[in-house]
Every structure is written in C-alpha cells, then in structure tokens.
Ligand binder design. Structure first.
Ligand code: HEC
Ligand code: HEC
Length: 252
C-alpha cells in the first residue's frame, strides 16, 4: 500500500477505535456518528469519563473543505481536560503501545510513516485521522445535481428557499458550497440530520433556530428554506477526495 492510502486507512481505523481514549470507552465516532452526519443527537457532548461538554457536536460533513486545520483540531479531543473527551493527556505512551503491539495497526503505522523510526505518536495518529476526515464528502445532494445543471433536481420550493436565503443575507455568513465560514459559521449541509442545533445545543428543532436566529423570516420563507435544507441533505461518504470536486459557488 502506498503511504497516502495507508495513512487514510490508519485514520479510518483510529477514528472508530476506542483504544484511542485512555479508559478505552470512547472513539471519535462515539460523538461523531456516521449515520447522523457525524453528530450525536445530544444537546451537548459527553466525554469518556462522563463529563458534560458545553458544546453541541458539529457535523463533519465536508470538513476537509471548510478551512479547518484538521491535524491540530484532532489533538483537541485527545488532550483536552476541561472537559475530558478522550482523556489521552498523560496516557500517550500507554495508548500508543496498544497500537504498536497490535499487528494490524502496527503495520499501518509503519506503512503510513515509512521514513520514521518511531511512528507511534499521538501526533501521527492525529495526522492519519485528519487524512481520513478529508475523505468525508457529501456532494450528491439535490442541490449539487442542480448546481451541475439539472435544474429539476431541486423542487420549486427549494429554489424559492435559495432566493430567500440570499435575499435575507444568510449567504453572507453561510457562504460558498458548504454554506459555512471557517470554524465560526457552521455548515448547513445535512443540517436536517443534526438536531439539536446551535453551538450550545439550545435549539431542539429548526423552528427554534428560526425563532432565535432568523425571526425576520415569515412562515412561507421558513418552509422554503427548510426545503432548501432538505436539498442539502445527502449521505457523507468516505471516498477519493479528488473524485468529484465540490463546486466553489452555489448555483444561480
Ligand atoms: C466527547 C465527544 C467528542 C469526541 C470524543 C470527539 N469530538 Fe470532535 N467535537 C466535539 C465537540 C463538542 C466539538 C465542538 C466544540 C469543539 O471544537 O470542541 C467537536 C468539534 C470537532 C471538529 C470541528 C468541526 C467544526 O465544524 O468546527 C472536528 C474536525 C472534530 N471534532 C473531529 C474529531 C476527531 C477527529 C475526534 C477524535 C480524535 C473527535 N472529534 C472526538 C465532540 C467530540
Ligand atoms: C452574521 C452571520 C450569520 C448570518 C447572517 C446568518 N447566520 Fe446562521 N449561523 C451563524 C452562526 C455563527 C451560527 C452558529 C451560532 C450558534 O451556534 O450560537 C449559525 C447557525 C445557524 C443554524 C444552525 C446550524 C447548526 O447546525 O446548529 C441555522 C439552521 C442557520 N444558522 C440558518 C441561517 C439562516 C436561514 C439565515 C438567514 C435568515 C442565517 N442563518 C443567517 C451565522 C449567521
């Protein structure tokens, strides 16, 4: 296996592997569940030792094309102490020896970092996980098919929603193909799958989001924007990141 493929394979394995947490109870996927667009349906996250987070788990939909530094980000759940997530701080050697002593992960580490004599580091684990995260793409929603020229792929309601979305200035923050901006404005792709909402998880439903965040929308506009959100719903698949590039701007 070439190093890049081994890196992604290793990252995929680590992402789902509870041995990454100190007490071996939690993996990235415990909070970022694939079937919920990599969220967990809780208002706020709960770490491996039971501590409550103050924040809602964000989707990892298209996380590789949202301008987030994934290598650095992956270290946070590993090392964070307030609250503890994976709780790896102070347990780095113990955790890495679990992977060094398992032939399956040992060979992948060696294959992914062929020039390193001692590849078993938390930093390398984070690099592999980041490589895997970059393969997590959702780019075959009705919206994408419309963007590629199939006007009919989106309902009239969704098209009206897109107009209302621009007219009300939503797109100035939720911008580009991911309807997002860096790590401060969340993506609206797959938002119909990721309740509860807002960073602190305080909005249980989309109606509650609208009430607090966009009270200027009337009933019809809300309904058509929800139709737009449905047109932004599509499975997150782990594929070749270069296979079908995302468009850089929404359709006209
Ligand atoms: C205890 C639950 C929990 C675990 C375990 C967890 N995360 Fe998260 N994740 C969160 C929460 C909550 C946030 C948002 C707040 C923050 O950034 O800490 C987040 C944010 C992120 C983000 C930023 C997404 C964005 O839109 O800004 C990425 C990427 C991510 N996590 C990847 C990972 C990876 C990789 C792992 C495993 C190494 C992991 N997470 C483990 C709860 C978790
Ligand atoms: C000034 C920038 C800005 C504008 C304009 C804006 N948003 Fe947001 N939006 C945000 C930020 C930042 C958040 C996250 C806030 C939080 O979690 O407390 C957010 C959150 C959301 C969420 C919840 C996402 C989630 O996963 O929790 C939805 C849905 C949403 N916005 C839709 C809209 C709509 C519809 C409009 C237009 C009527 C709009 N936004 C206008 C910045 C903006």
């Amino acid at each position: 296996m070439i190093a890049a493929a081994a890196l992604i394979e290793l990252g995929r394995l680590l992402f789902f592997d509870p041995r990454l947490s100190a007490n071996q109870t939690q993996s990235c996927a415990s909070c970022h569940l694939p079937e919920l667009a990599y969220t967990d349906a809780r208002p706020v996250a709960i770490g491996s030792t039971g501590e409550h987070h103050t924040r809602n788990v964000p989707t990892l939909t298209n996380v590789g094309s949202r301008g987030i530094s994934l290598e650095r980000q992956a270290m946070r759940p590993l090392l964070r102490t307030h609250p503890i997530e994976l709780g790896a701080l102070g347990h780095e050697r113990e955790i890495m020896s679990r992977f060094a002593s398992d032939p399956a992960t040992r060979d992948l580490f060696v294959g992914a970092f062929p020039r390193e004599a001692k590849p078993f580091t938390l930093r390398n684990a984070a690099r592999a996980i980041a490589a895997f995260e970059r393969t997590l793409v959702s780019n075959d929603a009705a919206f994408d098919r419309a963007a590629h020229g199939d006007h009919e792929a989106m309902s009239d309601d969704a098209w009206r929603g897109l107009k209302a979305f621009s007219a009300h200035g939503c797109a100035s923050c939720h911008s580009g193909t991911n309807f997002a901006r860096g790590d401060d404005v969340p993506t609206l792709r797959n938002v119909m799958l990721t309740a509860p909402y807002m960073r602190d998880g305080r909005a249980r439903t989309m109606d509650e989001v609208f009430e607090r965040h966009a009270p200027e929308l009337n009933c019809d506009e809300r309904a058509s924007i929800v139709a737009l959100f449905r047109a932004l719903t599509a499975p997150v698949v782990s594929g070749d990141p270069g296979a079908r590039p995302l468009l850089t701007a929404p359709p006209k």
